[in-house]
Write a protein that binds this ligand. Structure first.
Ligand code: GLU
Length: 457
């Protein structure tokens, strides 16, 4: 078989959403899996709705996700230009070819594509114009995901509007021919256009590419397709929130594709190795932000310390440039971040999760406070802790643990009897990294100050 050539063909008319990202990813995976070519083609023929902002967003999002293209804008290639707005000459040339086959006619200033079959003119009340109905056989699409699909295309359709602009169906098919596309992998919303496309390919006398229509992404809650307005729909949002692109790629690959078993975290090399179009589900995939958060956590957990700290810093700098954390000493920042690494699901949790390490002005959760102060004799425990701090060994977590245990031993109590009140005292809450790690990083003085503050309040 000849080399696989696939394309991602977005229109720069809106934000880059996860449906587009997944279509791009499936094309990229298929190209990498087969040793084929991944092409980026920009379908920017809608002059009114295109914008440079959205175009750049396509480039940025693909770069961020690591979906590099082999041919397309910025990298060039044999079959360019890769922006439809620059391909007027190609469309004119192909229009002449089609005219030469006798499969077009002019009506109302537009150019129409002529289906084959017995014809009759019918006035369409709704559209207030005459259309040409054609008695013909259904078009058959052998879709790699959907299987055999039949659709009856029984009406001639416009390919070049009266203003001279070719329509989507025409430019899309011409470019797939001119760019030697072998597989058209795209969202299922285009299945309804495919019969028109197949008839055009046939009229040009070229082989019809293989089609693979990917199922829709359903919204997390409730019926219907995920739309650009749904929470979690935009790639930009994940970028801002500090998600790891590798985690998002992993998550997106599982939206509609099943590698077998219940595999979750898979390195991209393995996804490339296993990915194939028959493995894509026919049924729709439901978006699940908890699963995404979980996968992101798995990726965060295995980042080497330096990388994690670097990413944490980048996140603070981009989203919380005024955070006191950024004014702390680098070594302290590092220690706090590494203490938190195994405890968080996403970088976006870090500012709140670590706030009390960097300021005395941290929030004390009133509910937690009420609960902790109502159980046992917390004031007595605070007294005991404060009194013993001077002889605590602060050098390591286990030394701190031993110090607390020794203190407990003297009062016939256990480590656990001090935990909740100590935690409330130094952090204002009941969730966080290990209490011994917190003591170690905050140091004797701050711990003493904070415990005294709680006792006195
Ligand atoms: N420009 C079309 C879209 O953004 C792509 C159609 C296709 O992939 O064939 O939906």
């Amino acid at each position: 078989m000849s080399q696989v050539r696939v394309r991602f063909a977005p229109s720069p008319t809106g934000f880059f959403h996860i449906g587009s990202a997944r279509t791009a990813l499936f094309n990229w995976l298929y190209a990498r899996h087969t040793g084929g070519v991944f092409i980026l083609r920009i379908e920017d023929t809608d002059k009114e709705r295109n914008s440079d902002q959205f175009l750049n967003l396509i480039y940025d999002s693909l770069h961020w996700l690591g979906l590099n293209w082999d041919e397309g804008p910025k990298v060039g290639g044999e079959f360019g230009p890769y922006l439809q707005s620059q391909r007027g000459a190609v469309y004119r040339e192909y229009l002449e070819k089609l005219k030469a086959t006798g499969r077009t006619y002019e009506k109302d200033g537009a150019t129409w594509f002529k289906l084959i079959g017995e014809r009759s003119e019918v006035f369409d009340d709704h559209r207030k114009k005459t259309v040409t109905k054609v008695k013909t056989a259904p078009t058959v699409i052998d879709d790699l995901i959907r299987g055999r699909v039949e659709r009856l295309e029984d009406e001639d359709f416009v390919i070049v509007r009266s203003d001279g602009n070719p329509v989507f169906h025409f430019t899309n098919v011409v470019d797939d021919i001119a760019m030697r596309i072998t597989h058209v992998i795209r969202g299922e919303d285009h299945l309804s256009n495919t019969s028109k496309h197949v008839e055009l390919f046939k009229a040009f006398g070229v082989p019809v590419p293989q089609f693979a229509h990917i199922p829709l992404i359903l919204k997390q809650n409730g019926p219907g397709k995920m739309s650009k307005r749904d929470q979690g729909a935009l790639i930009e949002e994940y970028q801002k929130r500090g998600f790891l692109p590798a985690a998002l790629v992993n998550f997106l690959s599982l939206l509609g594709w099943n590698p077998g078993g219940d595999r979750e975290k898979m390195p991209v090399e393995e996804i490339v190795r296993l990915f194939d179009l028959p493995g894509v589900n026919q049924s729709n995939a439901r978006f699940d932000d908890k699963k995404l958060a979980h996968v992101n956590m798995l990726y965060l957990l295995e980042l080497p310390p330096d990388t994690f700290v670097e990413k944490a810093r980048q996140y603070f700098e981009a989203q919380h440039p005024d955070a006191p954390a950024l004014k702390a000493k680098a070594a302290y920042f590092r220690d706090v971040m590494l203490l938190s690494q195994p405890k968080i699901k996403g970088l976006e949790e870090l500012p709140a999760y670590t706030a009390y390490f960097f300021t005395e002005d941290y929030v004390v959760d009133p509910k937690v406070r009420e609960k902790v102060m109502a159980k046992g004799d917390p004031k007595a425990r605070l007294h005991e802790l404060i009194g013993a701090l001077a002889v605590f060994d602060f050098s390591t977590d286990s030394a701190i643990e031993d110090s607390i245990k020794n203190l407990g031993g003297r009062h016939n109590l256990a480590f656990g009897d001090y935990q909740a009140v100590a935690r409330l005292g130094v952090s204002g809450t009941n969730a966080g990294p290990s209490i011994t790690g917190m003591f170690r990083l905050l140091g004797r003085e701050k711990v003493e100050e904070r415990l005294k503050r709680l006792l006195g309040s």
